[in-house]
Design a protein around this ligand. Structure first.
Ligand code: AHR
Length: 661
């Protein structure tokens, strides 16, 4: 049975408001007063390889440290020598596969006895599915006398083989060998054993177990269920690759897009900056293989119909870490990387970088229109660098809109310093970040009502309500936070002329390997679910509308600080021929409101009402109850241009109403 919302909340964010069934609140929509055109790419997603969202998540390689390039080259691997086995394993560097991948594993086998093998633990285990086919592959080189054969075994935790396959015929030159493994039973925590037989020397590198079942079946592609979650959001854009990962702890560890394209064995691995960032959530086995690199990213954007929005390093390492700066007279390679990325994405197939794209299988351009210069940067050092990037990029690619940073906070010294300067520089879009308590979101829904209509536009590039405080491991993806975000999003939509794009952050978290919460989508090795925050994003995105309509709320219940706790936005969806009204009731009682459409030709019945609400503000979705807080849709009888509607306590409601002809 559903219980009413409970409000034992610190600071009493939500208030009791009982209207006894009378419409004391009026939501008035200017049906014949079209406002700003809403950016078709308004609601997007922010991807960063944090929380094992890339390696171990969206990039479904099952072998961890496949290239033996982790700082401890045997991390993730275990040597097995059973009765009678004799031989050795060693990490070597003589004659490697290539310069970017200098280490490999050498096996010197005398006698296999009852077992001479190497086991990989995967990313907190390996998720495999009954009937699924997984490609085992390895680069191998035989040496000296004798011959060695190899068996790949996918093992359940009890050691039972779930699937096996054999490889032999290794040559003295490095060569890639692969063989499919069919899995007999579903297992979320499998491991891989590579067992050798015979006698002799065998060099091994890039040991891989990769699902055939990827999104769109692309070999070496992305985890299908996770991309589907993104596709279901119908995102307008995908911000990539972050996030602080763009900046790196130091400049040598920054994200460099050119090292992320081409054959995976040539992509240089680096330590993930979230590996040791949080002492309370250490992840010593977190590295970036770049298996999900810039080509896969552009392709995914195309697959799901989203605009690419890359963010590039601007010559500044993370200012929360080393804050290392590329001197201004040495900025040229950074700027060149940005120019080359535009060419890689958009250049003709006969241009230098367009040719690289074509060689990777995509002769047509990706039509990139947006590019971020730096992530969460601040200070005069940022402006100096941004200006140089903007000058070079605008000269060569004036059609590409640039995103500039407003720093890590939505207010304060750094923010106040940057905004006027960026306005004076004529910046296109300024990236604002807010990781704040739910009450901040509720109190700031009118933030953009006051923004200069003629200045730079806003990209709300990272935001999420924090139930405890930023970076607290106790933050929850509960309904309280999601509802507060929904209220804020009505403010974005009402100000669609200023706020052109928005993305929740971070996107993914692995249940057994996260560093930061809250996050939009949670997964483990086999399962995935959307949080209440996910469904808020989805409702705004799939009900975007084309043109914002003016909306005013009279008689809105207020919090003791006199801020409203009832919010609305409205739009017209031209293709559907419908009005779309979004209402957030952040009180713990039903609110009966009169919805009035001023001007226009009236409404067609029936309309559709979609309601998202938790039974309690503390409600969360889980693997076992993935849709505890999920949208519910019903028909709505209306006539004329005015009707009453009872908004559920603590709810987001989306009303779609046909426009009468
Ligand atoms: O979303 C997590 C982190 O928060 C991002 O990497 C960074 O940009 C912000 O500080």
């Amino acid at each position: 049975m559903r219980r009413p919302c409970t409000f034992a909340l610190p600071g009493a964010l939500f208030l009791s408001f009982v209207l006894g069934g009378q419409a004391a609140v009026t939501v008035s929509v200017g049906a014949d007063q079209p406002g700003a055109r809403i950016n078709p790419a308004m609601w997007g997603v922010f991807f960063e390889d944090i929380n094992f969202g890339g390696d171990g998540g969206l990039y479904p390689e099952l072998v961890k440290n496949r290239s033996f390039e982790f700082t401890q080259p045997m991390m993730g691997w275990k040597k097995i020598e059973k009765n009678g086995a004799s031989g050795s394993w060693s990490v070597e560097t003589d004659g490697p596969l290539n310069d970017q991948n200098p280490h490999f594993l050498r096996a010197q086998l005398e006698r296999a006895g009852e077992g001479f093998a190497l086991e990989n633990e995967g990313f907190r285990g390996m998720g495999v599915k009954e009937g699924g086919v997984y490609d085992f592959s390895v680069f191998a080189r035989a040496g000296g006398e004798g011959a060695v054969s190899l068996e790949a075994r996918v093992l359940a935790p009890d050691g039972k083989a779930l699937g096996t396959a054999r490889l032999e015929g290794f040559t003295p030159a490095w060569r890639k060998h692969s063989v499919p493994v069919r899995i007999g039973a579903t297992e979320p925590r499998a491991r891989l054993a590579v067992a050798l037989a015979g006698r002799g020397r065998l060099d091994l590198d890039m040991i891989s177990l990769f699902p055939r079942d990827t999104y769109k079946g692309r070999p070496g592609g992305l985890r299908a269920d996770l991309v589907q979650m993104l596709a279901d959001l119908k995102p307008g854009f995908v911000r990539f690759p972050g996030g602080c990962i763009v900046e790196g702890f130091s400049l040598p560890l920054r994200y460099q897009w050119k090292t992320t394209i081409g054959p995976v064995e040539q992509r240089r691995l680096i330590v993930n900056r979230w590996n040791s960032e949080f002492k309370h959530r250490p992840a010593p086995d977190y590295f970036q293989s770049f298996g999900l690199g810039f080509f896969e990213y552009f392709q995914m954007c195309e697959d799901i119909g989203a605009e690419p929005l890359p963010i590039l390093n601007c010559g500044m390492a993370c200012q929360f870490n080393s804050g290392e700066l590329a001197p201004l007279d040495q900025l040229e390679p950074y700027i060149q990387d940005a120019l080359d990325l535009v060419e890689f994405a958009n250049g003709p197939a006969n241009s230098l970088w367009g040719l690289r794209r074509a060689a990777l299988g995509h002769p047509a351009p990706f039509h990139m229109k947006l590019l971020g210069v730096g992530n969460e940067q601040w200070g005069p050092q940022y402006l100096e660098r941004y200006e140089r990037f903007a000058k070079a990029l605008k000269a060569r690619h004036p059609q590409v809109q640039l995103i500039s940073s407003a720093g890590p906070d939505p207010d304060g010294d750094k923010f106040d310093f940057l905004w006027p300067k960026l306005r004076a520089l004529g910046a296109d879009l300024v990236d604002e970040h807010y990781y704040r308590p739910p009450a901040w979101f509720l109190d700031n829904t009118a933030r953009y009502d006051r923004y200069d209509r003629n200045g730079p536009k806003v990209f709300a590039g990272e935001y999420a309500a924090q139930s405890v405080r930023t970076v607290s491991p106790d933050n929850r993806n509960n309904w309280e936070c999601a509802l507060a975000e929904a209220a804020m999003l009505t403010g974005f939509e009402r100000n669609a002329d200023v706020v052109r794009m928005a993305s929740y952050a971070p996107l993914f978290a692995h249940e057994d390997a996260w560093q930061w919460r809250p996050d939009l989508i949670w997964c483990d090795n086999l399962r995935v679910y959307g949080t209440p925050n996910y469904y808020v994003q989805q409702l705004f995105s799939v009900n975007r509308g084309d043109v914002a309509l003016p909306v005013s709320v009279q008689g809105a219940p207020q919090a003791p600080n006199r801020q409203p706790r009832f919010y609305a936005s409205a739009a017209r969806d031209d293709r559907a021929g419908e009005f779309v009204v979004k209402v957030v009731n952040a009180t713990d009682a039903p609110v009966v409101a009169s919805i009035e459409f001023r001007g226009g030709k009236g409404l067609k019945s029936p309309g559709v009402a979609t309601v998202l609400a938790g039974a309690s503000l503390k409600d969360e979705n889980t693997f076992d109850q993935p849709r505890r807080v999920a949208p519910q849709t019903g028909a709505l009888g209306v006539s004329g241009s005015k009707f009453d509607y009872a908004f559920r306590p603590c709810s987001l409601t989306v009303l779609r109403l046909g426009v009468a002809r």
